[in-house]
Every structure is written in C-alpha cells, then in structure tokens.
Design a protein around this ligand. Structure first.
Ligand code: MN
Length: 145
C-alpha cells in the first residue's frame, strides 16, 4: 500500500484507539490496522500514533506485543522498567507485563505493534495492583491512569 504522506497509508482508515467499555484511561491515541486478519496468517500489524503528551492505556494481558517505533520519540513502561524509545528500537512486551506507551511532551510518537489475531482482552490495574506498580519510584512518576 502506498502512502499519501509519511505514516498515512492509502485506504487504511484511522480508527479510535479503544472503543471498549469506557473505563480505560488514555490520551490522544489513534490506531490503524496495516495488516489485518485476512493478510497476516494469524498476526496483525497495527500502527499507533500518540500526540505529544499523550499516552496509551496502562494494561496487561496474556498475549504479547512486538513494538517498533517509526516516528518521533517516546517512552514506555514494560514490567517495572521505564525505557526511552527512538525510531527503530525494538520492544518486546511479555505475557502479563504491565505496559504503557507515552509520547514526549513536544513530539508525536508513532509505533508499529504486532499481535496475534486471537488474543485475550486487556486487564486494567486494580487499586491494590496500582499500589504495587507505584512501589517503584521511577514507575510511579511515569504512569498515567
Ligand atoms: Mn497491550
């Protein structure tokens, strides 16, 4: 598929990031499915774009994520580690690891994310789990919920 401009593929529509039950917390995130169920032999490739200062949902689940930033700069939480991210870094989010992606304050951050088509739904942290997550000071400072 050709692009009309960088990161805007022809005939690939921009989707809302999450349209679940409305309890997930996130800010200024869009989603595009680049390779979907029909093409991917059990895998999907999505492109997420987070506006400056925005962030994805803090969540965990059984399925894994393979993430490759391709625009701008950001950072992520994986497990109890906060990692700075630049274009073409590689991020592996293991099963049941807490994770959240954030754009830098002044830069749009875009990344590819590969997942299984057949996957479980994300789980949000309970108040008790949030206390554990926040027990690491660097993580407490990073997360947005
Ligand atoms: Mn996830």
């Amino acid at each position: 598929m050709t692009q009309d401009e960088p990161h805007r593929w022809r005939n690939i529509e921009e989707l809302v990031y999450k349209d679940e039950d409305g309890t997930a917390t996130f800010k200024d995130v869009t989603r595009r499915t680049l390779f979907g169920e029909a093409a991917g032999d059990g895998m999907e490739v999505r492109y997420f774009e987070v506006d400056a200062g925005g962030y994805t949902t803090l969540e965990k689940h059984e399925h894994t994520h393979l993430v490759i930033p391709i625009k701008g700069r950001g950072a992520c939480l994986v497990g109890d580690e906060v990692l700075k991210l630049a274009m073409h870094d590689l991020v592996y989010v293991p099963s049941w690891a807490w994770h959240q992606f954030r754009a830098d304050e002044n830069e749009v951050f875009g990344f590819l994310c590969m997942v299984k088509v057949e996957r479980d739904r994300p789980t949000l942290p309970t108040p008790a789990e949030l206390l554990v997550i926040r027990s690491v000071p660097e993580v407490a400072e990073f997360i947005r919920v």
